[in-house]
Design a protein around this ligand. Structure first.
Ligand code: AMP
Ligand code: MG
Length: 482
């Protein structure tokens, strides 16, 4: 059911939580803001048509210049462990919760404006975002969503000619993003470490009422809530690992309480399978390297557990944390079996997978292209290995494993093509879209948005974006400064 902008029903229940949860803020959008790309799939979640988004009122409302009735732009306070060190006060320094909107299906969406100017939590920052990082977040949200991974979504990009000063002068932009909630692990940490016990409970009750309604009013609800967050996080980590996604800044303030991928910065998808891949150029020690993510997920959950200790006992926290590793392993193996086209679960599968990883890393081979090409005719993947004899041994075991479950080639290939993407947002591809957009041409941003939202299909006119990176795109450095 299509709606007009004026028919959207906004509310902001978060802004009405007790004082201390954040601050009302007047956005200070770029005066020349204009819509440069809009996401039709996200618009649909708000029951809006692309025509509605082309109205100047859309830019004025979503950019924060002329909020719609019911919107109450609000900067949320939070804290967080950044690279292992507790930072007692962070908060939305360049983002704002514009409001919550309910669609015709009854789903509630937070609309967040990123880059809308300073807030009381800007800590000396300019409250801005650059076009480069805005495009990356916009495209990657859709890429992960297309891959079936929980994430915030980009509604649209508001472009500007305004300069933003980083390591160099860049073009500014604003991103409107959506999620069912923007509450972070760090939101709980803030109230815990400022010794506002009652607010830890208020926040937990709010999150439970809005997002875990089956637990509301239940005995032991806080421990059960925490256990569900553990489960969701374990699943998210398994999903990231299976598609070769590295987040890059897994600080607890970037961890969603709903297990969504949140706060895209210097993320990267694997090109070559490199387990120790560090996508964040500022992460000298590789704390957030690709293969560290599952462990960091657990570490972050332990921080969250600590912050809930006024609501749950240490034993309850420990019991919940103990479910992480088995949940991660189970989800991860499910994904890997699906990628290999295996239907049955067998004990030897772990070894089959780890052995494959060792060979892929040694070659190295392109992670996404390998799985997309893998079939019982080993030739296309075999040719990816500089010394294919080692791979032959693995392929023999794989064939035997397939035979043991009576796998049928054609049926399995069709299944594998639905789980092994042809397209992921490779850094070099994002960079092409950014370079063109910085010159005023957003057509590739729009095209990629479409391709990435359907990453398992063949897109003949976008064939080149499924390729391994060209030499210039192999080691692009992406920093936190965005
Ligand atoms: P991030 O690393 O992007 O997740 O941001 C960490 C913290 O720094 C958050 O509290 C952000 O709101 C804040 N922050 C990042 N960039 C800016 C900026 N340009 N202006 C103000 N605050 C910022
Ligand atoms: Mg963040």
């Amino acid at each position: 059911m299509a709606t007009t902008l004026e028919q959207l029903r906004f509310d902001n229940t978060y802004a009405r939580l007790p004082a201390g949860f954040g601050a009302r803020v007047h956005p200070s959008p770029f005066p020349d803001a204009k819509l440069v790309s809009v996401n039709p799939a996200a618009l649909k979640l708000l029951d809006l048509t692309p025509e509605e988004a082309r109205r100047p009122e859309f830019v004025a409302a979503m950019g924060g210049e002329a909020p719609l009735p019911g919107m109450e732009p609000f900067a949320m306070v939070y804290a967080g462990h950044q690279f292992g060190v507790y930072v007692p006060r962070l908060g939305d320094g360049r983002a704002l919760l514009l409001g919550e909107v309910r669609n015709a299906a009854g789903e509630k969406w937070d609309l967040h404006l990123k880059g809308g100017g300073p807030t009381p939590f800007s800590r000396g920052g300019d409250g801005r975002a650059v076009l480069r990082s805005t495009i990356r977040e916009y495209l990657c949200g859709e890429a992960l969503h297309g891959l079936g991974i929980p994430t915030t979504r980009g509604l649209g990009i508001l472009g500007s000619q305004a300069p933003v000063y980083r390591e160099t002068v860049e073009t500014g932009a604003m991103l409107v993003r959506m999620a069912p909630s923007h509450v972070r692990f760090g939101t709980f940490e803030f109230f815990h470490y400022t010794e506002q016990r009652e607010h830890v409970a208020t926040l937990a009750d709010h999150v439970i009422a809005e997002h875990f309604p089956h637990l509301a009013g239940q005995e032991g609800r806080y421990a059960r809530f925490y256990t569900e967050v553990v489960e969701r996080t374990a699943r998210l980590m398994a999903q990231w690992q299976a598609v070769g996604f590295a987040h890059g800044v897994m600080n607890t303030d970037n961890m969603s309480i709903l297990g969504l991928t949140l706060d895209y910065g210097p993320f990267g998808f694997l090109d070559d399978f490199e387990p120790g891949f560090i996508c964040n150029h500022s992460d000298d020690r590789g704390r957030y390297a690709f293969d560290q993510q599952p462990r960091i997920g657990l570490w972050n959950l332990a921080c969250l557990g600590e912050a809930l200790l006024t609501l749950i006992s240490e034993d309850e926290a420990r019991a919940a944390l103990a479910t992480y590793q088995p949940a991660f392993n189970a989800h991860f193996m499910d994904r890997m079996r699906a990628k290999l086209g295996l239907r049955e679960a067998r004990d030897e599968d772990r070894e089959l997978v780890s052995d494959l990883f060792a060979r892929m890393a040694e070659a190295p081979v392109d992670y996404t292209r390998f799985f997309r090409a893998l079939d019982s005719d080993a030739r296309p993947v075999r040719d990816m290995f500089p010394a294919p004899e080692g791979f032959d041994a693995w392929a023999g075991r794989y064939r035997a494993r397939l035979a043991a479950e009576g796998s049928v080639d054609a049926e399995r290939h069709a299944r594998m093509a639905r789980v092994n993407p042809r397209y992921v947002l490779r850094n070099w591809v994002a960079q092409e879209a950014i370079s063109r957009a910085e010159a005023g041409d957003f057509s590739l941003v729009d095209r990629l948005l479409g391709v990435l939202s359907d990453p398992f299909a063949e897109h003949p006119d976008a064939e080149s974006y499924a390729a391994a990176p060209p030499a210039w795109g192999r080691h692009l450095e992406v920093s936190c400064s965005s």
